[in-house]
Ligand binder design. Sequence first.
Ligand SMILES: NC(=O)c1ccc[n+]([C@@H]2O[C@H](COP(=O)([O-])OP(=O)(O)OC[C@H]3O[C@@H](n4cnc5c(N)ncnc54)[C@H](OP(=O)(O)O)[C@@H]3O)[C@@H](O)[C@H]2O)c1
Length: 341
Amino acid sequence: MTISIARQIVLAARPKGKPQLTDFRLEETAIPTPASGQLLLGVQYLSLDPYMRGRMDDRKSYAKPLQLGEVMTGETVAQVLTSNHPAYAEGDIVLAPTGWRTHALSDGTGLRKLDPAVAPVTTGLGVLGMPGFTAYAGLRLIGKPQPRETVVVAAASGPVGSLVGQLAKLAGARAVGIAGGAEKCAYVKNELRFDAAIDHRAADFPAQLAAACPHGIDVYFENVGGAIWQAVLPLLNKFARVPVCGLIAQYNGPGKGDGTDRLPATMREILSKSLTLRGFIYNEFAEEHYPAFLREVGAGIADGRIRYREDIVDGLERAPEAFIGMLEGRNFGKLIIRVDA
Ligand SMILES: NC(=O)c1ccc[n+]([C@@H]2O[C@H](COP(=O)([O-])OP(=O)(O)OC[C@H]3O[C@@H](n4cnc5c(N)ncnc54)[C@H](OP(=O)(O)O)[C@@H]3O)[C@@H](O)[C@H]2O)c1
């Protein structure tokens, strides 16, 4: 059967707090025809990432907000269906910034060829893609873990956190993961081989975290913010480093009963312990460090030193529901949509 209709998901409304299904709209369009110098891409897999929540708001940030009616931003693995471009042939598999859609035209800008013989192509969206590189760059270039130091990371079963902890272990440090629920914690400890995993939903979470870090925390890789930051702050050692990578607990706005102002305590600890907090967006390091990342993490995956987990959901139409779930911790591993182009 030849498919003649393309589908896409657009931003229908700006979310107020938690996104709702009605903030997204599935549309059907004609499959576009590539002009000279262009490619037609058929999307196979769509990556869902926390940063997309920020794009839905009309707010100044490091990237432009989406306009209402615009296709949701996103990286995908796509196959070249038709090529009028000298550098690509029909059948090539590429990483492409197509957004949430089944088909897209491209002039080659921002494409990277993937070799399915090297690693499963979905890894290009996770452990061997943007999230993996974020972990690698933030930990290596800002966190700089030393042997026997303690490294703590939250969202530890996700694509960023899981690699942070494993790279910390490979550097000779202790890795303590924070995750939501017993199943994720068991995976972080047993499969990813962190030294400890703590459930942030436990009533005595701060006490459990302190017990898992008897020598304090030297590197806290910040993925979450909110109440987790509050528990981490008193445990930071003198000269601790905090790569500030993400604040997912704040992306939907302040949660119920979470209006605490942590700024005075944070500033006091920064001063009294000579802490280094450094925010970053992965792409500021990409040009210089991406090849080394692909080489090192690729080799770690090939020989089993580095493990990863993907959470693959079928059907473009399920992307909104899966995305909303990710912001509530319902994904378990790198969240990817299998798109039936
Ligand atoms: N700076 C950069 O360049 C850059 C690049 C990529 C990603 N990031 C950031 O890195 C972080 C992790 O991203 P990822 O791609 O690896 O995604 P991810 O781990 O799949 O993120 C979703 C996870 O975050 C946790 N979470 C969600 N809401 C939470 C809350 N209120 N409190 C505590 N945990 C919560 C949940 O895990 P649990 O169930 O375990 O809590 C959920 O499964 C995000 O903050 C993201 O924005 C930054």
